[in-house]
Design a protein around this ligand. Structure first.
Ligand SMILES: [Zn+2]
Length: 352
């Protein structure tokens, strides 16, 4: 049973976690379940306020300096991040880490083909127990935090993430190949502030010079009321004076709250105008729509079970009346009886 838990939390079937209160479960799991449920009751009075959706739509906008040497993108992923945090019942620290991750991966994924992906996992030793986000070229994202209920607000995100590895996985289409190719790399977590680490990774692995920033704002109920991010890139051949100008603008942007700009009713263009101030930039690019999208379904549950040694699965089935698998991304629970699982596994499940 321990093997099942570990696999679901850490393997390629990322985001899956089994939750089951049926008889015969180990003590550790009961403790885990009740920890996750208890704070939900305490928050009931603010639940309705937290579930209110916000007006407007998430967006990604781009701009280019007149000389063509500086490109910029900005995202508003407020609604997507708010929804994910509501589904996962995130406290502020987890919501902040998760929002920064979603804004960052969305910005890096823009420009990829629809089915290509950019995925990060901060496998740190901090109490958040890992931060995961993946976005594709269609700007669909999903994300989760290992422990959404940790409360460490004064120490901030870096303390919540801790030390450890940043694991990056990219799915890329190669010319002439019918299936996307997976590229994985692992680097040390440098700051744990999420956007800085992702920017450092992109800058060093792809020799792309630029800056990446992401921020989250929460209302008095602890719900996300703004999540913004931006990325600027100095394009090849840029002269030194353009680089200097950009650095000055980045300093200005660092003192301007992107989330405040959005909360004042601005679009992402307001963020871009700070970054490209004095560059006579073109802002007339198509607006893109990022969104939260979970890819879970019942076949994924079977695939996860099929990856385990059969005798372990049988042991679990023998001691439980029902098996429940909970998707950590969207909180959907799949409930299956032992007989239907046995029948499906006997018939064979494709695990790729
Ligand atoms: Zn799901």
């Amino acid at each position: 049973m321990r093997a099942l838990l570990l696999l679901l939390a850490a393997g390629s079937a990322a985001g899956w976690q089994r939750s089951n209160n049926a008889a015969g479960m180990p003590q550790q799991q009961h403790a885990r379940s009740s920890r996750r449920l208890a704070p939900r009751r305490a928050l009931k009075d603010t639940f309705e306020a937290r579930m209110m959706s916000l007006p407007g739509k998430d967006e990604l906008r781009r701009a280019l300096s007149a000389d063509g040497f500086v490109s910029a993108k900005a995202v508003d992923v407020t609604r997507a991040v708010r929804e994910i945090c509501q589904l996962q019942d995130c406290l502020p620290l987890a919501a902040t880490a998760l929002g920064r991750a979603v804004a960052s991966t969305t910005l890096v994924a823009d420009g990829l083909e629809a089915e290509e992906t950019f995925q990060v996992r901060f496998a740190g030793d901090g109490p958040l127990r890992g931060v995961f986000s993946v976005s594709n070229g269609a700007l669909e994202s999903r994300a989760y935090v290992g422990n959404p209920r940790v409360d460490l607000s004064p120490q901030g995100v870096a303390a919540g993430v801790g030390r450890g590895e940043l694991q990056v996985v990219r799915l890329k289409n190669l010319p002439g190949e019918t299936q996307a190719t997976t590229y994985s790399s692992v680097v040390e977590i440098k700051t744990g502030e999420i956007a800085e680490d992702i920017n450092h990774y992109v800058a060093t692995s792809e020799q792309r010079e630029g800056a990446l920033s992401a921020g989250v704002s929460l209302d008095e109920n602890g719900a996300v009321d703004a999540c913004a991010g931006w990325r600027v890139e100095l394009l090849p051949g840029a002269p030194q004076d353009v680089a200097d100008h950009l650095i000055e603008n980045i300093k200005k942007a660092a003192t301007t709250s992107s989330t405040s700009l959005l909360k004042e009713g601005n679009t992402c263009e307001a963020i871009l105008r700070v970054l490209l101030d004095g560059m006579d930039a073109d802002y007339a690019f198509d607006v893109r729509r990022p969104q939260f999208k979970c890819t879970c379904d019942i076949s994924r549950v079977y695939r996860t079970l099929a990856l385990l040694p059969r005798h372990e699965v049988d042991e679990i089935l023998d001691s439980n009346e029902k098996i429940e698998a909970k998707c950590e991304f969207c909180a959907r629970t799949y409930s299956l009886g032992p007989e239907e699982i046995r029948a499906k596994l006997d018939a064979g499940v494709a695990t790729d």
